[in-house]
Design a binder for this molecule. Structure first.
Ligand SMILES: NC(=O)c1ccc[n+]([C@@H]2O[C@H](COP(=O)([O-])OP(=O)(O)OC[C@H]3O[C@@H](n4cnc5c(N)ncnc54)[C@H](O)[C@@H]3O)[C@@H](O)[C@H]2O)c1
Ligand SMILES: O=c1ccn([C@@H]2O[C@H](COP(=O)(O)OP(=O)(O)O[C@H]3O[C@H](CO)[C@@H](O)[C@H](O)[C@H]3O)[C@@H](O)[C@H]2O)c(=O)[nH]1
Length: 466
């Protein structure tokens, strides 16, 4: 089957960039990305490309090339479903906040809504592709809904999880380690797999396109995230031992990473991993393990989350204990709020928890982040419900200029590894601060030796005292 028209439901961090790259690489395919969120769709259609709802290096160029040619963003969901041969479901699958599995299981209500909408609208056979990250065997539920329309339309369900990381989304999409496609072993299933393989083959070498059964594909996505997050928690656990023992976690990471069996990636210690995926997907895995009665397996993976919580708390505790056990009324400046550099996304960012802990101690926080909006920062805090909206706004201000933000601070805490933080005039910052002036580097990006030469007292995560 040759695909002429694609619809993607969900114009978020995955749907937008993924479809933009497919449209760029396959100019003969019409790609329509639809969303219920009209303002998000309007931002994707903005003339000024700096207003795209997702900030990703290089994305503006891809959108500029394809938008209006064969890439469209729209709220006309039914029309796009009707016209498409292939429909990607790329909606959010957050952790459930209610009922059975609350705080752990994936909330599949948006997925089910999509399946029902496709079932209602479709008049011709279609291939439905799970792009969202889903619990293993979700395709079964989607299939059930789609196969019970009674109108004779045939659906093939594929699993095609996305492995892009934010901040490098365009690079990851253009040059993926692998593309994973799971489908039925039937003739029709294999035909659907081939149709999707043919799309990716426009730019991805064939040997990097991996096909499996649906369940392996669904579970591989959760497994990949669990393994990646587990590496971060492992090195973060070691960072605590390094601080006590006088070892340097960067030296330890380098030493173990040179072992080709271990490898060097994902061994950078930090104030804790964030992002919309790691925590959500591991909790989902824990829930799945528990639902199969595999409690020991569930406990094993849950520990990755518990260490991550510990790391964030350890960082805020360190700030409080170093500032003579009280931060009440003291100005502390956060450099960074995003969960990693080069993204405007702050979902589950470690900064949120560290801020919440310090606000509980009545610290006065000023946050400067090059990309995260003020609205989003307050939104992140309000979501926690730890105090009233007014109290959050009283205790925390959002700075527009880093030098202004650091002025009169007792301490600076680096929460995100933005490159620009390393280029600041740190002497000027030092002059403007309260003394003693402290720097807490939660990302290990600053040159502590030169900061100490200026007069700062520094703490770097994972570095013991000499
Ligand atoms: N963010 C990432 O880096 C990343 C990477 C790989 C996989 N994933 C997975 O991809 C999925 C999407 O993640 P995201 O970060 O793009 O989420 P997102 O919240 O940025 O975007 C999802 C979009 O879907 C829309 N939507 C929800 N229900 C809808 C419906 N019924 N009809 C039309 N639109 C609807 C929402 O309005 C929203 O704009 C999740 O399952 C996530 O786990 C995310
Ligand atoms: O050595 C490291 C690597 C990462 N992190 C932190 O871990 C979090 C996640 O980083 P990263 O994985 O780079 O970004 P995500 O966009 O969350 O991407 C992950 O989650 C996506 C959503 O499922 C997957 O598609 C990607 O493959 C997977 O890397 C961030 O807070 C990072 O700062 C560290 O602290 N140390």
């Amino acid at each position: 089957m040759k695909i002429k028209s694609i619809c993607c439901i969900g114009a978020g961090y995955v749907g937008g960039p993924t479809m933009a790259v497919i449209a760029q690489k396959c100019p003969h395919i019409k790609v329509t990305v639809v969303d219920v969120n009209a303002s998000r769709v309007a931002s994707w259609n903005a003339k000024d490309l700096t207003q795209l709802p997702v900030f990703e290096p290089g994305l503006d160029e891809v959108v500029k090339e394809a938008r209006g040619r064969n890439l469209f963003f729209s709220t006309a969901i039914e029309q796009a479903i009707d016209q498409a041969d292939m429909i990607f479901i790329s909606v959010n699958t957050p952790t459930k906040t209610y009922g059975k599995g609350k705080g752990m299981a994936a909330d599949l209500k948006y997925i089910e809504l999509c399946a029902r909408q496709i079932a209602k609208v479709a008049k011709q056979d279609k291939i439905v592709v799970e792009k969202s990250t889903l619990p293993v065997r979700t395709a079964e539920a989607i299939k059930n809904i789609l196969n019970n329309t009674g109108n004779g339309v045939q659906f093939q369900i594929l699993s095609n999880p996305e492995f892009l990381a934010e901040g490098t989304a365009v690079q990851d999409l253009l040059n993926p380690d692998r593309v994973l496609i799971g489908g039925d072993t039937t003739k029709e299933g294999q035909g659907a797999i081939q149709a999707l393989v043919d799309i990716y083959a426009h730019w991805v070498p064939q040997d990097r396109i991996l096909t499996t059964n649906v369940w392996s594909s669904e579970l591989s996505k959760l497994t990949a995230n669990a393994f990646l997050a587990q590496r971060v928690s492992s090195i973060n656990a070691m960072s605590a031992i390094c601080e006590q023992s006088g070892a340097d976690v960067n030296e330890v990471a380098k030493a173990i990473g040179m072992d080709s069996r271990i490898g060097s990636k994902f061994l950078k210690t930090s104030v804790g991993f964030g992002g919309s995926c790691f925590q959500k997907d591991i909790l989902n895995l824990v829930y799945i393990a528990k639902s199969y009665g595999l409690n020991e397996v569930a406990d094993y993976w849950e520990q990755v989350i518990l260490i991550n919580e510990h790391q964030k708390n350890r960082f805020s505790d360190k700030i409080v204990s170093t500032l003579y056990n009280t931060v009440s009324g003291k100005k502390i400046t956060f450099l960074g709020w995003a969960f990693k550099k080069d993204t405007n996304d702050s979902r589950e960012s470690a900064a949120i928890k560290v801020a919440d802990n310090l606000l509980n101690e009545l610290a006065h926080l000023t946050v400067y982040d090059p990309k995260v909006t003020e609205e989003r920062i307050y939104g992140d805090l309000e979501y926690l419900n730890s105090r009233s909206e007014e109290e959050n706004r009283e205790l925390l201000t959002v700075g527009k200029d880093p030098y202004e933000a650091c002025k009169d601070a007792h301490a600076i805490a680096v929460l995100t590894e933005w490159d620009e933080f390393t280029t600041y005039d740190w002497e000027q910052i030092y002059e403007s601060m309260n003394k003693p002036a402290f720097v807490f580097d939660g990302r290990g990006i600053l040159d502590t030796e030169s900061l100490e030469a200026i007069g700062f007292t520094c703490y770097t995560i994972g570095k013991g005292s000499k």
